[in-house]
Design a binder for this molecule. Structure first.
Ligand code: AKG
Length: 250
C-alpha cells in the first residue's frame, strides 16, 4: 500500500477509501463473530450498548457500542492491519477507543445527521480518525456515507441536539450549499472508509425494502491528543439527557 499517497489524500480531503481492505477470509471471520455477538450477547446488554429503531422488534437493531467487552473483539482491537493504516494517516502513534457496529435495517427511518465526530470526542489537536468498514454492499439507496471534502480544515461547526439515538448532536446550520457539495461513497463488503475527526459527514435512511446496511467501526486517537474535559462532560450530559427522553435505561 502506498501510505504517502494515502496520507496526502487524507490530509487534503479529510477522508480516504481503501477498497478491499479486509480479505474475504478475515471479513467472514469478523462477520461470523458479529453474528454470534448479536445472537448470544446482545439480548443481555443494557439499553446503552444496543440501540434499536424499535426495541420491541429485534430486527431493527441499528447500533452496538463497546463491542470490545467481548473477548474476540477485545483481541480484535489489536489487529495490526487497522493500526498500521491509522498511525500512517495520523503520522504518530495512536490507540484505539473501541469497536462499534452500525446498521440501517431495510425500510427504517434511521438517517445519520450531519456531524463531526470530534464534536463528540472533544480532542485537541483533532488527531483522531474513524475507520468504517462496509459489511454489506452500500450505495445511495441503502444509506451510504456522504462526506464534505476539505471540511476537516475549517474547524468545528455549531451542533445542536437531535432526536437520533446514537447521534445526539448534529450540525445546526447544515444547508443547501452543504448538501450540494456532498460526496456519496458507495462501498463493497471489505472496503474501509476513513475520515478525520473534523470531517463533516452524514447518511440518508435506508430506502431499500430488503437490504441491510451494516458496518463495523473503530476510532483511533493519536497520542498527542488531549481531551477538553469540560466540553466532553457537556456532551456526555446532553447524550444522557437524550437517552432519558427516549426512555432508555442506561
Ligand atoms: O454509519 C453511519 O451511518 C454513521 C457512522 C458515523 O457517523 C461514524 O462512524 O462516524
Amino acid at each position: 500500500m502506498d501510505f504517502s499517497a494515502l496520507k496526502k489524500n487524507y490530509d487534503d480531503d479529510g477522508f480516504v477509501v481503501i477498497r478491499g481492505f479486509l480479505p474475504i477470509d478475515e471479513l467472514e471471520q469478523l462477520q461470523s463473530n458479529l453474528d454470534r455477538y448479536i445472537r448470544d450477547v446482545v439480548p443481555q446488554l443494557p439499553d446503552g450498548d444496543a440501540f434499536y429503531e424499535d426495541r420491541t422488534r429485534p430486527e431493527t437493531l441499528k447500533q452496538l457500542n463497546r463491542i470490545q467487552q467481548d473477548s474476540y473483539f477485545q483481541e480484535y482491537l489489536r489487529h495490526p492491519r487497522w493500526a498500521i493504516v491509522a498511525e500512517s494517516l495520523l503520522g504518530e502513534a495512536a490507540w484505539v477507543h473501541g469497536a462499534e457496529w452500525f446498521n440501517k435495517p431495510p425500510a427504517t427511518q434511521h438517517a445519520t445527521p450531519p456531524h463531526q465526530d470530534n464534536y463528540y470526542f472533544c480532542l485537541t489537536p483533532p488527531q483522531v480518525l474513524t475507520m468504517w468498514l462496509a459489511l454489506d454492499p452500500v450505495d445511495e439507496e441503502n444509506g451510504c456515507l456522504r462526506y464534505l471534502k476539505g471540511s476537516h480544515r475549517r474547524g468545528l461547526r455549531p451542533h445542536n441536539r437531535t432526536k437520533t439515538l446514537g447521534f445526539s448532536q448534529g450540525i445546526a446550520d447544515y444547508g443547501d450549499e452543504d448538501r450540494a457539495s456532498e460526496i456519496p461513497i458507495p462501498a463493497a463488503p471489505g472496503d474501509v472508509l476513513i475520515h478525520h475527526g473534523n470531517t463533516i459527514h452524514r447518511a440518508d435512511a435506508n430506502r431499500s425494502t430488503s437490504r441491510h446496511r451494516r458496518s463495523f467501526g473503530m476510532v483511533f486517537q493519536a497520542v498527542s491528543c488531549v481531551r477538553d474535559e469540560q466540553a466532553f462532560q457537556q456532551y456526555a450530559e446532553s447524550s444522557k439527557q437524550q437517552h432519558l427522553e427516549l426512555g432508555l435505561k442506561t
